[in-house]
Design a protein around this ligand. Structure first.
Ligand SMILES: *Cc1c(COP(=O)(O)O)cnc(C)c1O
Length: 242
């Protein structure tokens, strides 16, 4: 970890914060309504430490076990919030409950049930977002929403999930299809807003406020469209070990 690299991370971070603020103001929003999750997947512990020293406090990991190495290494820093943003296999549910404070990628009833069981044992409440797949890509996880029947099925799933008292729905998350132009994400973000409205009308007692969308590539567009949480990795920490 060189001083140059640390300075680079700090500069990137400050630039991203400024861009977030501008994007919010451009769309008449309060910048304070947008939370930044710094995605640390495939980054070593030293990079996360440097990010912490630069003031970052919310980190996102894709793989429960890979994240655990960093969570353990930084366990003295108890003001960090660890977010699980990748697909969680049911058998990793316990590990996630024990080590993460927020789950963006709830994508099945089965996972909800498992998370609830372990959170109950720990007498905790875990905030979760429902991941939705709006692009129809097979490779992506998340609840698939194409036709009316998918929406009805999602409502049924939500009714089941909302009986679990130890997980708490806070909103929705999505990952748009890969493209080369950030504005290509717009149709996907329009769909998630539409879905959010549908859920607010049909399940008004549940909190649908949070929208986790936008990465390094398109976070400004996502904020213009209403993102409340952006998940940014490379624009701050530089390229990942491949
Ligand atoms: C990797 C990842 C990100 C961050 O991507 P960057 O291009 O590094 O900003 C955000 N969300 C999810 C789900 C990811 O897997």
């Amino acid at each position: 970890m060189t001083a140059e690299y640390r300075e680079q991370i700090l500069n990137n971070y400050l630039r991203v914060l400024q861009n977030v603020e501008e994007a919010a103001k451009n769309s008449g929003r309060n910048p304070e309504d947008i939370k930044l999750v710094v995605v640390t997947k495939k980054q070593p512990v030293e990079v996360v430490e440097a990010a912490y020293q630069c003031g970052m406090r919310r980190f996102g990991e894709n793989y429960a076990e890979e994240g655990l190495i960093k969570i353990n290494a930084l366990n003295q820093m108890n003001d960090i919030e660890w977010h699980m943003i990748g697909h969680v296999q049911s058998r990793k549910a316990r590990l996630v409950c024990e080590n993460y404070q927020y789950v963006h990628s709830l994508d099945s009833k089965k996972l909800a049930e498992k998370l609830n069981t372990y959170c109950q044992q720990r007498k905790m409440k875990l905030p979760v977002l429902l991941e939705v797949n709006l692009s129809g890509e097979i490779s992506k996880s998340g609840f698939r929403i194409a036709g009316i029947s998918d929406k009805q099925e999602l409502l049924n799933t939500i009714d089941k999930i909302s009986t679990y008292e130890h997980i708490e729905i806070h909103g929705l998350m999505t990952m748009p299809p890969f493209s080369i132009n950030p504005r290509d994400s717009i149709p996907c973000y329009d769909l998630i807003i539409e879905l959010q409205k549908y859920l607010q009308i049909n399940r008004p007692t549940i909190n649908w406020k949070e929208l986790s969308m936008g990465t390094s590539f398109d976070y400004q567009v996502a904020i213009e469209k209403g993102a409340t949480i952006v998940r940014i990795g490379e624009a701050i920490l530089g390229s990942r070990n491949k």
